[in-house]
Design a protein around this ligand. Structure first.
Ligand code: K7E
Ligand code: CUA
Ligand code: CA
Length: 631
């Protein structure tokens, strides 16, 4: 076992061309040397570890992660926003933040939660103004990211959401009525046939006032959602709690951890047992039970009994298998080859390796445990490269540990021998994610470590600190993990997914056929103001530098609906329809139609304006809302 430090030996040989490293392939060698020197100089000031020495010739893998102005990154990274309720899109390796996608929050710059459609979506899923997004997991086809969707959880309110990766916008939210905190989130692999929300908080079922102080009667569920349309299919109920989740690669098993098999309600109760579980759900067997009507309906959802004493678990094909692991595990993730599910110990310094195929064969599920490696203190999450290595965050030790998966299966239980390297991170890491780590084909070059604390790493900004997302290059096993950059993050990312850029095909303008509302052209027939009693309906286009009407006259108390289309064909020319003092700001990208409804309850003149700086005459892009007093 080695611990890297700034005086690590560096390779001095010629760069090796690695096809897998697109950055290296693109940048001429001379620029590599320059970039390396700059980083080396900085590193001596900042006291960073794992960077190359200035006066040595960098190896091919000494990548500084810079992307020149005007050039594009090789990967998208989707970072969860935690209790900000959004998802952030970064480029990797630059770590430039490219966009934010509001999900459970409202966001005026994208008009999200301001137009009638997104407002209704948020309202129908509970009407909350926030959520707690932890796990952004992209859809896959044949165990490869297919660029179609990204699924995220809401730990605060028991919901899951779907983000459309053509438009980079949330297009569906489903409320999971039998789940209070939806924590883990992941699709069923290889082809995203189902999406799972993992229920963390044990509650009475239904949670309608019964069993208030009878924790023994509480339970959790794993919820299955059809990805398209995004609707809830069934739940399977367990007695313990459920935490993180990941899918096997062949459509059979879905794994979660449970840290509260004690069914406790206090910290000391939840940590009193020596062991907890990895809970393995046999998805086809559960579907058969649903099909056969072997469920109870709770809140309109079929709930299959997967508890330990369930008769359904005493069949030759149990629905749910419970594997003992050391107390209070946290992350669980399946290796790229689909062979093992690896659970990180959290309170125990080990990762436990479960051989997935054995779950079908053994009578005692504990016989599927084939390895347990001692990695260090506070192991939380494990990611993978393409060369048989696992990388586990150590929350307590503030390190990432790299270890050899097959060596850990060979080694004695509890051995440290499979550990290859440990690298300091800053500080207290939660998740880490390597490029396409949770697919069948990880890229093996970049790793992001999401550190909960940044402490001294950035200029102070008051008592709320940014987090620190650290980028590592992991493509050179000889050089070891190389820390490339620190990136401050607004609170607070938990997990991320890194997707090769060429797997996505984002739209640059809307296709009006993809939208529910009809396109409003500049022709006179399309633009009108219609009154029906005290309801006023306006349809008008918008473009540089005007709206379809320069005045809209209504009466105090009218319910006003304005539908508007941005008729621009040119990408990147956005307009919004903002109404001061009416809390209205609806953004329209090119060819996009949106609608907003409000009550004109304040008489007076209100300047409708465009809040996107769209042209030299942007300030003149205006219309008047004239609200006539009632009497
Ligand atoms: Cu460890 Cu919600 Cu995946 Cu936070 S979770 S770190
Ligand atoms: Cu349109 Cu500013
Ligand atoms: Ca426990």
């Amino acid at each position: 076992m080695t611990t890297s430090n700034p005086t690590d030996d560096r390779r001095t040989d010629e760069p090796t061309t690695d096809d897998r490293d697109p950055l290296f392939a693109r940048i001429p060698r001379r620029d590599f040397v320059k970039a390396g020197a700059a980083v080396g100089a900085m590193s001596s000031l900042a006291g960073c570890t794992g960077l190359l020495d200035t006066d040595e010739t960098p190896s091919g893998a000494d990548v500084d992660g810079s992307v020149p102005p005007g050039e594009h990154d090789d990967y998208y990274a989707f970072l969860s926003g935690g209790h900000s309720g959004d998802v952030r899109v970064y480029g990797v390796p630059s770590m430039r933040q490219l966009m934010r996608i509001p999900v459970f929050n409202i966001e005026s710059a994208r008009g999200y939660g301001f137009d009638d459609e997104t407002r209704a979506m948020l309202e129908e899923s509970g009407g909350y103004t926030w959520g707690d997004v932890h796990h952004p997991r992209p859809s896959q086809t044949d165990n490869t990211y297919d660029g179609e969707w990204l699924f995220v959880n809401d730990k605060a309110n028991g919901r899951m959401a779907r983000i459309d990766l053509e438009y980079f916008e949330t297009d569906a939210i489903v409320d999971l009525p039998n789940q209070q905190g939806t924590h883990g989130a992941c699709a069923l692999m290889p082809d995203t046939r189902l999406v799972f929300g993992v229920g963390e908080f044990r509650v009475p079922m239904p949670n309608d006032g019964r069993d208030l102080d009878d924790p023994g009667a509480y339970g959790s569920v794993l919820s299955a959602i059809d990805p398209d349309p995004f609707n809830h299919q069934w739940d399977v109920k367990v007695d313990c709690n459920l935490d993180n989740g990941d899918s096997g690669k062949d459509g059979t098993w879905f794994f979660t951890t449970s840290y509260n098999t004690e069914e406790g309600v206090t910290e000391s109760e939840m940590t009193s047992a020596d062991t907890d579980y990895v809970v393995a759900f046999n998805v086809p067997a559960i579907e058969d039970a649903v099909e056969a009507g072997e469920y109870e309906e709770v809140n309109g959802v079929p709930v299959v009994d997967g508890t330990e004493d369930s008769p359904l678990n005493r069949n030759s094909e149990p629905l749910v298998r419970y594997v003992d692991v050391p107390t209070n595990p946290h992350g669980v993730s399946v290796t790229p080859d689909g062979r093992y599910a690896i659970a990180s110990g959290k309170l125990d310094p080990t990762c436990t390796i479960i051989e997935i195929d054995r779950l079908d064969e053994v009578d005692d599920p504990n016989d599927a445990v084939v390895g347990r490696v001692n990695v260090g203190n506070g192991p939380l999450h494990t990611a993978y490269d393409d060369r048989g290595h696992a990388y586990t965050t150590l929350f307590v030790d503030s390190q990432v540990v790299k270890w050899d998966i097959e060596a850990a299966v060979e080694a004695e239980m509890g051995s440290e021998d499979p550990v290859i390297e440990k690298h300091d991170v800053h500080y207290s890491p939660g998740h880490l994610i390597a490029a396409e780590s949770y697919t069948g084909d990880p890229q093996g070059d970049w790793l992001i470590v999401l550190n909960k604390l940044s402490k001294d790493r950035f200029l102070p900004v008051g008592p709320v600190f940014p987090e620190n997302d650290q980028l590592f290059y992991i493509g050179d096993d000889e050089a070891g993990m190389q820390l490339v950059k620190d990136t401050p993050a607004y609170p607070e990312p938990h997990d991320a997914s890194i997707v090769r850029a060429d797997r996505l095909e984002p739209a640059s303008v809307y296709d009006p056929d993809d939208l529910e509302l009809e396109f409003i052209s500049a022709s006179d027939e399309d633009n009108f103001v219609e009154r029906d009693g005290d309801r006023v309906h306006v349809e008008m286009y918008n473009t540089r530098n005007h709206f379809g009407f320069s005045d809209i006259a209504v009466s105090e108390g009218d319910e006003v609906t304005i539908r508007t289309t941005n008729i621009e064909q040119e990408e990147d020319i956005l307009h919004s329809l903002a109404i001061p003092q009416y809390d209205v700001n609806v953004k329209t990208a090119p060819q996009e139609t949106r609608e907003v409804t409000f009550t004109a309850d304040k008489p007076g003149v209100y300047w409708i304006y465009c809040a996107y700086f769209c042209s030299a005459l942007h300030l003149e892009m205006r219309s008047r809302l004239l609200v006539e007093p009632a009497d």
